[in-house]
Design a protein around this ligand. Structure first.
Ligand code: CMP
Length: 140
């Protein structure tokens, strides 16, 4: 399996509780490298663009509110099979269904405040990375 990249967001519930380092420790001990990272305040339009695929869902408004409620940390993660591996490290979207030891089991507050996002496929990873990082900001 070739080295792959995925996109990650540590959500406002993580920055609010000062858990950035704790979540990063799970990412790194899970075998992924953080090859780009920055903390930023997402604008409403950035959040709407990022989650456009969910526009018709009943939770879309709440999702945009939550993602703009405080700082986030956007990241590019690299490793073998990084997309699938990160989703395993994250655990299920709904923390009540997440496996022991996963980021969401340990730290998520609710399905809306579920601590972190990870890309679901190579095509979405490419688009998501490009929304927040230029090539020279990614340093393997
Ligand atoms: P994420 O991986 O960032 O992708 C879309 C997000 O929508 C998801 O994590 C959840 O935080 C959020 N989400 C999914 N389902 C619901 C729901 N039923 N109610 C509120 N938020 C949800």
């Amino acid at each position: 399996m070739a080295i792959e990249r995925t996109f990650s967001i540590l959500k406002p519930d993580v920055t609010r509780r000062n858990l950035t380092g704790a979540v990063n420790a799970l990412i790194e001990s899970g075998g992924l490298r953080i090859v780009a990272q920055k903390r930023l305040q997402m604008s409403r339009s950035q959040a709407e663009t990022f989650y456009a695929v969910h526009k018709a869902r009943p939770f879309f408004g709440e999702l945009v509110e939550t993602m703009t409620s405080g700082p986030v940390v956007v990241q590019v993660l690299e490793g073998e099979n990084a997309i699938k591996k990160y989703r395993e490290i994250l655990g299920a979207t709904d923390p009540s269904k997440a496996a022991e030891g996963t980021i969401r089991k340990k730290y998520a507050v609710s399905v809306g405040e579920n601590s972190a996002h990870g890309s679901d496929a190579p095509e979405t990873a490419t688009v998501e990375i490009a929304q927040f990082f230029s090539g020279n900001e990614i340093v393997p």
